[in-house]
Ligand binder design. Structure first.
Ligand SMILES: [Zn+2]
Length: 302
């Protein structure tokens, strides 16, 4: 019989823009009572997941958070994040897609953000930003410096006021569209590569794309069309109210997507792990086994 395990499906380490290396993240997760989580670093797989599971006693699902471009009729293309689960971390085509997503004008992009901040009276040098980044330098690194220098109270505020946004119309004061500097894969292409690497794929933090209800429904429909039975929807995240979680769960049901939960933990002082409803992990595991065959290393830990 399949037991229930709480599962946080969206966690970052210093391999991308999290503050702590995986060992420390897992130590903290275990102390918070998390039994199972997916390390979903930006545009990279986690080939150490099995060793990390053995060492920490927390089941670490092989994951990645993949940047993709959504092209919906009538809307300008915009960036979405897709969390992949149970993928083969060494899959060649998937890793090539991720490498292509990572390559591009990273520093030129950062410089463009810093110029906008400078115009707003927030001087931060590229050198400072690069010094704070380990695996992957992103807006998070800039946000942390803004907190340290007292321009904002938290990383969350830095995004809410200055750095956040995705779609035109929803962009904050110092937002710069990364698609001018990187060429991210399309949503369809990401889904194709994840499923070819035997993964499930979840549309992450669906409320962060600045879409109204109709837009969110269209995005979900387009995602569900390409993801099929491998598709999931992140219905539980810390910023969602209980009412929003319920609405997202209904949306997932309407499009036959499995609900997932994820904290988007980066190790900031305000970040908390999110166990999510206990049925989620078993449902994901069953679906992955249905699609791709038994997943021994994960099932054994339940
Ligand atoms: Zn994330």
């Amino acid at each position: 019989m399949m037991m229930k395990a709480n599962f946080d499906g969206h966690v970052h380490t210093a391999a991308s823009d999290g503050l702590f290396p995986a060992e420390e993240v897992l130590r903290r997760a275990s102390a918070a009572g998390i039994r199972c989580l997916a390390i979903t670093d930006h545009d990279r797989t986690n080939p150490d997941c099995l060793a990390q599971s053995r060492q920490s006693g927390v089941t670490v699902v092989s994951g990645a958070e993949i940047t993709a471009r959504a092209h919906l009729p009538g809307l300008q293309p915009f960036t979405v994040h897709l969390c992949a689960y149970f993928i083969d971390p060494l899959d060649g085509p998937l890793n090539r897609l991720l490498a292509a997503n990572r390559s591009g004008g990273g520093q030129v992009y950062l410089r463009a953000v810093l110029e906008k901040l400078d115009d707003l009276g927030i001087p931060i040098s590229l050198k400072e930003v690069l010094a704070g980044g380990q695996g992957h330098v992103s807006r998070k690194n800039i946000a942390r410096i803004m907190v340290r220098k007292g321009y904002v109270g938290s990383v969350q505020d830095a995004f809410r006021i200055y750095l956040g946004g995705s779609r035109p119309g929803d962009q904050k004061l110092a937002y710069v569209d990364r698609s001018a500097y990187f060429s991210f894969a399309s949503m369809e292409d990401v889904v194709r590569h994840v499923t070819a690497a035997h993964g499930l794929v979840s549309l992450a933090h669906p409320l962060l794309y600045g879409l109204d209800d109709a837009g969110l429904r269209r995005l979900t429909a387009a995602f569900a069309r390409c993801a099929g039975r491998a598709g999931c929807l992140e219905c539980h995240s810390p910023a969602c109210s209980p009412r929003q979680r319920l609405a997202l769960t209904r949306l997932a049901e309407a499009f036959d997507l499995l609900p997932t939960a994820g904290s988007d933990y980066h190790g900031e002082p305000e970040d908390r792990f999110l166990p999510g409803p206990p049925a989620i992990y078993g449902d994901l595991l069953r679906r992955a086994a249905d699609l791709y065959g038994a997943l021994g290393e994960y099932g054994g830990a339940l």
